[in-house]
Design a protein around this ligand. Structure first.
Ligand code: PMP
Length: 286
């Protein structure tokens, strides 16, 4: 089936959708993005993604392509047109182009480019990967210093996933100045003696929409949470570990740099949080 995608106000078959070769998203990764998951044909935490998109745009002095209400309408229409029950909606906004390449930003009246498309992922919630848990490696974090802005500069995270794959693993956690920042495309946590530990928010990590929701739900479930810097060695000695992201929800981690955590199966805290998160998110989906 040909997907219907959205480009600058138009719904088009994916084969007919076009963006200029001078677009700054293409030439300079001068673009921000969001990925919103879809369960039961509904959007999970659309509000959170819309608010973070606005923040990313503001931080980069990039114009808003449309209102939040219009954005919601486009998301919903694409989900409907493409018959998505479980999957993702990818959204990207770039600074557009004034028809040439220049380091200097184009004039403020240059229209941003907005693109959305869906990805059909049946079985996203009932994932075999989550039942098994991820095996991860640690690598140095050499990304730029504004990781709180969700830009499309994903080359190093992509290389990190390839390094993990080459090592026979599923993903990588990034280390800076001896401390874990986050995963290649997720926030990182470990659990020791019932306490959930994760790095506090700063410009060093992406402010995960799932992180915020999961920490709120964990607090509501009377779980103990500590936001502080942590080393990979602490995580290796933990009872269990996990990651969070909009596309994988709560993903247990069962091995770090070849060290097995607990009995090598997903831990009780990660499993419980995944269940709570999926349950609550489905109820609140729009
Ligand atoms: N950190 C990074 C580097 C990411 O790419 C992502 C996913 N985009 C996350 C964390 C998780 O964020 P969210 O829960 O909003 O998907």
């Amino acid at each position: 089936m040909t997907r219907t995608v959205y480009v600058n106000g138009e719904y088009l078959p994916e084969t007919e959708a076009k963006v200029s070769i001078f677009d700054r998203g293409f030439l300079m990764a001068d673009a921000v993005y969001e990925v919103t998951s879809v369960l039961d044909g509904k959007l999970i935490d659309f509000e959170g993604h819309a608010v973070r998109l606005k923040r990313s745009l503001d931080e980069l002095d990039m114009a808003e392509p449309c209102s939040k209400e219009q954005l919601l309408e486009v998301h919903r229409k694409l989900v409907e047109l493409n018959g998505i029950e479980e999957g993702l909606v990818y959204l990207q906004v770039s600074r557009g182009s004034d028809g040439d390449r220049d380091f200097v930003f184009p004039s403020a009246d240059t229209k941003p480019t907005i693109v959305l498309f869906t990805q059909n992922k049946p079985g996203l919630a009932d994932s075999p990967a989550a039942a098994k848990g991820n095996r991860i490696i640690s690598i140095e974090d050499i990304r730029w210093g504004r990781r709180d802005i969700k830009t499309t500069q994903l080359l190093y995270p992509s290389m990190g996933k390839m390094m993990a794959k080459a090592a026979g693993c599923d993903d990588a956690w990034l280390i800076e100045d001896g401390y874990v920042t986050e995963g290649t495309s997720n926030n990182a946590y470990f659990v020791k003696n019932g306490k959930i530990v994760t790095r506090p928010l700063s410009t060093d990590i992406l402010h995960g929409i799932t992180r915020k929701a999961v920490l709120r739900m964990a607090a509501e479930a009377q779980m103990e949470i500590e936001e502080r810097l942590f080393t990979i060695d602490e995580a290796k000695e933990a009872d269990e570990a996990f990651t969070t992201s909009a596309s994988a929800f709560v993903m247990p981690v069962v091995e770090i740099d070849g060290v097995t955590l607990g009995d090598g199966t997903p831990g009780p805290v990660a499993k419980r949080l995944r269940e709570i998160y999926l349950d609550e998110s489905r109820k609140a989906a729009v």
